[in-house]
Design a protein. Structure first.
Length: 757
């Protein structure tokens, strides 16, 4: 049955549940309609059940608060809300039903073969429950091959992420030592990332693969490090303060990574979480670079070659593919197998970036500089980016935080080479993530508030020098970015408010509570809030507001300017996207808003604990001063404590969803390359009419073979054709002539191909 027919059937079924539809509506007694369109999937132990449907509250519209999916009354699934359903909108003539669609999945891990029962329930914002039906399905008795234990996968991911961070630190250590003496260890990984982007981008001009460019960078980094030791001899004895700072930063990153790795490992070896196709395109481009280099042969076929050609012509960011290509070459894997390790390492780098910025901003309050990275490490926004395969976003966050740190050094620098780190970071952004560069410019302009009028001229000159350095060392990336921005201005779809509203993978505007961390962030729809949390969140907002007011009163003028400098550019970016009715753009700036908010809030709260460097209000009498200090400290402590208390279950919500939700990536697809190799590179493989990320993953693993949808007519007799059958699904049998056959899939000659349904 086609998708259009399924949707029409669901609308017809609605007549039995819709109020006012006649006597048939009486027995159902549904408070609002809830329909299941489709139930399918690899129904075997270790597989999953996939569902789609729609639900809409007659009073509050769509989406509903949540959709509950339960197998056999115990096993819980996960649902994504806010699916686009123009058919439902047209049927009811209600604009608020446009995002009434939902999709969900339930893992069948360790579920025995046989008949099972599936129940789906939709819950409205007011708590009303609509039963979407009870459905029965059978799990086929197909044996599963032994899988790597989740603990071993987690150890491997952590080790690879640690090696990535260690290599980035080594690559940037020499430049960090030569440009400034302080915070060398914290600055080094970010400068190493910038240098990698520049070497990889420059290497493409000489037909070098990213892995070879990384090797050249390693040799150059060693030479620069040796020169730095000669120019600036290393400190013979590290003081306890430096040792504590380094150990604290490492402990934060390790703790964050150890908690964040669990959902990655639970989905199997090489799994990529998320339902978008960003990771597939980046992995395919990376594999194309490793397989063909920068010049793809004209006779190359298949998804890898075609995606490599498309990305070569595209004006979008390429740095993520460069990084994946290097990691895949180093570890001897395909790019998808190192994707999660790269995400985990960059997530840790983002936490390290908050520690770096906080160390500079909270210098007078040294012992409190760990508040900000702790708040970010438990914030659900960073976890959503991590599990949603937004590699570019993580790169953007790391570079932006390092740029903010270097910006604070430009006004007080006495030598021109202080602009080099900022220039390298800007140059790397041309290659790694260009969409947020206007925010960098706004942050640079706002930093003049911190510099003061006497330093404006020198600060502007150093910023201009940094931009000049960025164009000089990365002219290819700068030119490509300018052309990309030109296409944004010419894009007609951006001029429509409706088109901006439905673009991307998020379709609503989260509240500021997700930035502070007290509310869980979700890309599909607002997260449900329990009764206790609903009572505590306003209290937390009042405590935050009180801490901000009290801290603002105690800050010096320069540190007040620093708070404005941190918050104003990101706040303006969020407001602009909100006014443009562009939720996707709003969501892309949220990961940048969280760390700057955490640093600014930590600065405001720290004045209540340690007023050194702040400006205490004029109060008569020592008794009143002590009383006021105690009250402000208690207020700040209560705010920080409640934010942490509410942030932990919000992060756990995202963590649990990532573990339960079945990603578009299917670990069973790993057997497809061997099947395709047995069929031969000249074979054409027909697949079922799947769409979106699932179809892209099939084409990715089928590698160099030409892949087409299952045809209606017989194929051309002069070519070798096969039909791919999924042995895990009902109707996916292979027949007696199937060849070759794996435990999951089989290729059979298309004697009588089925029509696309």
């Amino acid at each position: 049955m086609s998708a259009a027919a399924r949707r029409l059937l669901s609308l017809l079924l609605l007549l039995a549940a819709a109020p006012g539809a006649g006597a048939a509506a009486e027995p159902a007694k549904q408070p609002f309609p809830c329909i299941v369109d489709r139930i399918e999937g690899p129904l075997v132990p270790g597989g999953y059940v996939a569902l789609t449907g729609w639900a809409a509250d007659l009073t509050h519209g769509a989406p509903v608060a949540k959709v509950e999916i339960v197998v056999d009354g115990a096993r819980q699934g996960e649902a994504l809300l806010s699916g686009l359903r123009p058919d439902v909108l047209a049927h009811f003539a209600r604009q608020d039903f446009l995002w009434s669609g939902w999709s969900g999945s339930v893992s069948l891990e360790d579920l025995p073969p046989g008949d099972h029962e599936l129940q789906v329930t939709a819950v409205s914002p007011t708590g009303k429950r609509a039963h979407c039906g009870t459905h029965r399905f059978s799990v086929l008795a197909v044996a599963e091959p032994p899988e790597t234990a989740a603990r071993a996968i987690a150890v491997q991911l952590l080790a690879r992420a640690g090696l990535l961070l260690g290599w980035l630190a080594f690559a940037g250590w020499g430049v960090a030592r030569l440009t400034r003496r302080n915070l060398v260890g914290l600055r080094a990984p970010f400068l190493g990332l910038a240098l990698f982007a520049l070497f990889a981008e420059g290497g493409t001009a000489f037909r070098l693969r990213p892995a070879i460019s990384a090797g050249v960078l390693t040799v150059a980094a060693l030479a620069v490090l040796l020169v730095s030791f000669r120019v600036r001899p290393p400190v013979r004895r590290l003081g306890p303060r430096r040792l504590r700072a380094g150990a604290g930063a490492i402990a934060l990153v390790v703790g964050f990574a150890a908690a964040a790795v669990v959902p990655f490992a639970s989905h199997g070896e090489g799994a990529i979480l998320g339902h978008i196709d960003d990771g597939i395109r980046e992995a395919a481009h990376a594999d194309s670079l490793n397989l063909y280099g920068t010049r793809i042969p004209p006779d190359a076929t298949g998804y890898i070659a075609s995606m490599g050609s498309q990305m070569k012509k595209a004006l979008g960011r390429r740095g993520g593919a460069y990084l994946l290509s290097t990691l895949a070459a180093v570890f001897g894997e395909r790019a998808h197998a190192v994707y999660s390790a790269a995400m985990l390492g960059l997530g840790g780098l983002a936490v390290l970036g908050v520690a770096l910025l906080a160390a500079r901003v909270l210098r007078p309050y040294g012992r409190w500089r760990w508040i900000a990275p702790l708040l970010v490490a438990v914030n659900s926004v960073l976890l959503v980016v991590l599990y949603g395969q937004h590699l570019g976003n993580l790169l953007s966050v790391s570079l932006f935080l390092a740029f903010l740190h270097e910006s604070l050094a430009l006004p007080i620098a006495r030598r021109w080479h202080a602009a080099i780190p900022a220039g390298l970071l800007i140059a790397a952004s041309w290659t790694l993530y260009t969409e947020t560069l206007p925010l960098w410019g706004a942050a640079g302009a706002a930093s003049l508030l911190v510099a003061g009028r006497r330093r404006w001229r020198g600060t502007v000159a150093r910023y201009a020098l940094a931009v000049g350095i960025s164009v000089l060392v990365n002219p290819v990336g700068a030119a490509r970015t300018m052309r990309l921005w030109g296409t944004f201005g010419e894009a007609t779809w951006m001029r429509s408010s409706y088109n901006r509203r439905i673009a991307g993978d998020t379709h609503y505007f989260p509240t500021g509570n997700v930035v502070t961390g007290i509310e869980a962030y979700r890309e599909d729809a607002p997260a449900a809030v329990g009764r206790t949390r609903a009572l505590l969140m306003p209290v937390a907002n009042l405590l935050i507001a009180g801490t901000v007011i009290a801290g603002w009163a105690r800050l010096t003028r320069r540190r007040r300017a620093m708070v404005v400098w941190l918050l104003a550019p990101v706040g303006l970016a969020l407001l602009t996207n909100y006014r443009l009715n562009f939720p996707y753009g709003y969501a892309r700036f949220l990961p940048l808003a969280v760390p700057v908010w955490a640093v600014a809030f930590s600065l405001l709260a720290s004045t209540s604990f340690a007023p050194r460097g702040g400006r205490a209000p004029v109060v008569r009498g020592a008794q009143r001063r002590r009383s006021q200090a105690a009250w402000t400290a208690a207020l700040a402590g209560a705010a920080l404590g409640l934010v942490a208390i509410l942030a932990l279950p919000a992060a756990r919500h995202v963590h649990a969803r990532a573990a339960r939700l079945i990603p578009a990536y299917d670990p069973a697809y790993r057997v497809l390359p061997s099947l395709a190799a047995a069929a031969g590179r000249d074979a054409v493989i027909f697949i079922e009419p799947v769409h979106g990320a699932e179809a892209a993953w099939l084409m990715y693993f089928l590698g160099g073979n030409a892949v087409q949808p299952l045809p209606v007519a017989a194929p051309h007799p002069g070519l070798r054709y096969f039909v791919l059958g999924d042995r895990r699904e009902p109707g996916g049998g292979t027949g007696a002539r199937a060849r070759p056959v794996s435990r999951y899939f089989a290729l059979r000659p298309p004697d009588a191909p089925r029509a696309a349904s």
